[in-house]
Design a binder for this molecule. Structure first.
Ligand code: GAF
Length: 386
């Protein structure tokens, strides 16, 4: 969590670096997805939440188009760019995210001035917790306010998606930025990705004697790599053959018919999305009637579907999930886009240490890099700190 002191320290560092006072400090969180994977770009349902790990940006707008950016990590010194010639594909590493959202706002007709920016983040990068969206959402919140653009969250979600899809080159959906911008403390964000309707669903694991463990496998992934895009292409192919706008329009009752129309791989990809949408709806219902202690089997089924049908898991994620379940977690699944990143394990408080120890031991035995294991709770979405 940010404290006033940390914000003050960042503001002082900004002043020292750029020899000017900042206009303000904004923060946006990473996210964990409770359930609903690869359903967002199929216009389906997702249930992520904003986590208590955030990116913070200290920013001031300039009266020219230059951009100067420094991060508290990475040690690359001040990165310079110019918005006048910043275009898709330009920038490197984390600097693509501020440049990308500035470009996306310009594309929407906003006159975006240059800016000086100091970035700080405790969202682990490459862990599948959307560290990139945390940066983008913090910067776009700042620019939305400082330029007077005043876009609603739904528009910022779409602008951020343009930044990712076109500027950064990752063909992702709208889940991560929706959680980061629209998250709320103590709630999961039940999002209908067709119309961006949001319902905040209370998710208080602690009140049910549970903790949600995140197991960062340290296998890092990039959605600009081919695996994500190829899954997306399979979904589009399946929707086309089934004659629907998006797989959201295919219910579980059509899967038998689909088996006669689709090739074996496309059928499995489609089956994942269709059943995953159904699991999201069931999870929301069960959370409302019985609470978090009753969603374990849905989390488990989601993992099996991603492992066997969508084929986006990896040995480290499977080991984290299987070991957690064998040592007392009531449900576990990989979270995020896949091919690495993190798993989540919903675990009774009294079993937490056993799960942690067992996962660490199993990774060591398998010769995998030691995982990082921590708990998360649903936290607030993007906001201005100072
Ligand atoms: C990544 C993407 F950014 C999201 O849009 C979503 O598709 C997710 O993978 C898979 O559910 O986080």
């Amino acid at each position: 969590m940010t404290t006033t002191t940390e914000t003050g320290v960042l503001a002082a560092r900004f002043q020292e670096t750029f020899d000017a006072a900042a206009d303000g400090v904004w923060q946006a969180p990473g996210r964990v997805n409770l359930i609903g994977e690869h359903t967002d770009y199929n216009e389906g349902f997702v249930l992520p939440f904003a986590i208590d790990k955030t990116a913070k940006v200290v920013l001031r707008v300039r009266d020219d188009s230059r951009v100067r950016m420094l991060s508290t990590f990475g040690g690359h010194g001040v990165v310079e760019a110019d918005l006048a010639d910043s275009e898709p594909g330009s920038g490197e590493g984390w600097s693509r995210y501020p440049l990308g959202v500035a470009w996306a706002l310009k594309e929407r007709g906003i006159e975006v001035p240059g800016f000086d920016l100091l970035l700080d983040s405790d969202v682990p990068s490459g862990a599948g917790l959307s560290s990139s969206h945390a940066i983008e959402c913090a910067v776009i919140s700042a620019l939305n306010e400082l330029t007077g653009a005043g876009f609603a969250a739904e528009d910022l979600v779409l602008a951020t998606q343009r930044a990712e899809n076109v500027f950064v080159g990752a063909p992702t959906g709208i889940m991560d930025q929706s959680a980061s911008l629209r998250g709320s403390k103590g709630h999961a964000v039940f999002l209908d990705c067709r119309d961006q309707h949001v319902e905040l669903v209370p998710f208080d694991a602690e009140a049910s004697g549970l903790v949600l463990l995140v197991i960062d496998t340290k296998v890092s992934h990039s959605h600009a790599d081919g695996g994500y895009a190829s899954r997306r292409a399979s979904c589009e192919l399946g929707a086309g053959i089934l004659g629907v706008k998006a797989l959201r329009d295919v219910g579980v009752e059509r899967l038998e018919e689909a088996s006669g129309l689709l090739d074996e791989t496309t059928l499995r990809r489609v089956r994942h999305v269709v059943t995953e949408n159904d699991r999201v709806l069931q999870t929301v219902e069960v959370l409302g009637t019985e609470g978090p202690a009753a969603i374990g089997t849905l989390l488990d089924a989601s993992h099996v579907s991603m492992r066997d049908d969508f084929e986006i898991s990896c040995p480290e994620l499977d080991l984290a999930v299987d070991t957690s379940r064998a040592n007392g977690a009531i449900g576990a699944r990989m979270t995020g886009g896949g091919f690495g990143g993190s798993a989540i394990a919903l675990t009774p408080v009294g079993q937490e240490q056993q799960v942690r120890d067992a996962v660490v031991r199993s990774f060591a035995k398998a010769g995998f890099t030691a995982p990082d294991i921590f708990t998360v709770t649903p936290a607030a979405g993007a906001l201005r700190l100072a």
